[in-house]
Write a protein that binds this ligand. Structure first.
Ligand SMILES: Nc1ncnc2c1ncn2[C@@H]1O[C@H](COP(=O)(O)OP(=O)(O)OP(=O)(O)O)[C@@H](O)[C@H]1O
Length: 309
């Protein structure tokens, strides 16, 4: 649905985006992660045709995108990082004006329907200036949806919201995803990326990784098991370390954490060896690296594991 090839953008001397080649598939939610200044907003603005690439190409729904393609632009709903409104006008008036700009039929009805969907109907006639940040964000999402766009580009929709407001916005995103829209979601919230994203892209001027969270885990962290004993775990560390199939083992608080090549094959042997060594085992549990750990490894340029399945 969205495709880029060698997309590059410079601002004067600064390289903001370097040869980005990626695809967001139809109906997919792709979470775009990256440190500040990584080029995420630049990517969204290029996809929208708000700025031109220095080089490279973009296709939207199979058609080449350029700043002149207003017809393609209308198929994309955009939530900017800091959405602006006419502050003294009501939420309904704001949406109505945009609905008219977008040529949406029956603008008032469409605006009101969206305000209802987004839980803003009761405040529809109040000035946007009186809205909380969470309400503004919901209003901005409603605005992005006015022309029924099949594609959504969302720039940090939950940034700066309190946990409850952020959760409401996430639930809305989940709903939009359920409706089969294609969504590119920029976020700094790794849990949100993992919960909502079918795939995750990590950008730092260049695209460092793009895959499902599960595959990123397999590629950058491998499998690990944690062993808890009712004794000093340090006594059993050498046993774990000498077990074939254990790549590394270390003490993590009261547990031993071992990276293993294949947990199904290695864990039963490891447990037997520990029992033979007299270890009073309390628990053996699989350990999953958090997406945060994986993200940090990728952004710091650590290599993939050699034995990628
Ligand atoms: N209009 C501009 N003029 C000059 N440089 C710019 C402009 N817009 C962005 N840049 C630069 O391009 C690079 C990428 O910026 P961009 O805003 O795309 O990053 P980002 O990933 O969205 O960051 P953040 O997470 O902080 O929002 C940065 O070095 C930024 O300073």
């Amino acid at each position: 649905m969205i495709r880029t090839e060698d997309l590059t953008r410079r601002y004067n001397g600064t390289l903001a985006l370097d040869r980005l080649t990626m695809e967001v598939r139809e109906g997919e939610l792709l979470a775009l992660l990256g440190p500040n200044g990584a080029g995420k907003t630049t990517t969204l603005r290029l996809l929208l045709g708000l700025i031109s690439p220095t080089s490279g190409r973009i296709w939207i729904a199979g058609e080449p995108m350029t700043p002149a393609r207003h017809d393609l632009r209308r198929r994309i709903g955009y939530l900017p990082e800091t959405p602006g409104f006419w502050e003294r006008l009501s939420a309904l008036q704001n949406l109505e004006i945009y609905a008219r700009l977008y040529g949406v039929p029956d603008p008032r009805r469409r605006a009101m329907a969206l305000l209802e969907t987004f839980g803003l109907a009761e405040r529809a006639r109040e000035a946007v200036a009186t809205f909380s940040k969470g309400m503004r964000q919901r209003l901005a999402l409603a605005r992005a949806l006015l022309p029924h766009p099949p594609i959504l580009l969302l720039d940090e929709p939950t940034a700066g919201l309190d946990p409850e407001a952020a959760r409401e916005v996430r639930e809305l995103l989940q709903r939009l995803k359920g409706e089969g829209r294609t969504i590119l979601l920029c976020t700094h919230d790794l849990e949100e990326a993992e919960r909502l994203g079918d795939r995750v892209a990590i950008l730092r001027t260049r695209l460092l990784a793009l895959d499902t969270p599960a595959r990123l885990r397999a590629r950058w962290s491998g499998a690990a098991v944690a062993i808890e004993v009712a004794d000093d775990p340090a006594r059993y560390l050498p046993v774990v370390q000498s077990q074939p199939g254990v790549q590394t083992a270390r003490l993590q608080g009261a547990r031993i954490e071992a990276r293993v090549t294949d947990p199904r094959a290695v864990t039963p042997h490891l447990v037997r060896r520990l029992v033979e060594a007299g270890a009073p085992i309390l628990r053996v549990t699989p350990v999953e690296a958090s997406l945060e750990e994986i993200y940090l490894r990728i952004v710091r340029g650590e290599p993939e594991l050699p034995d990628t399945p």
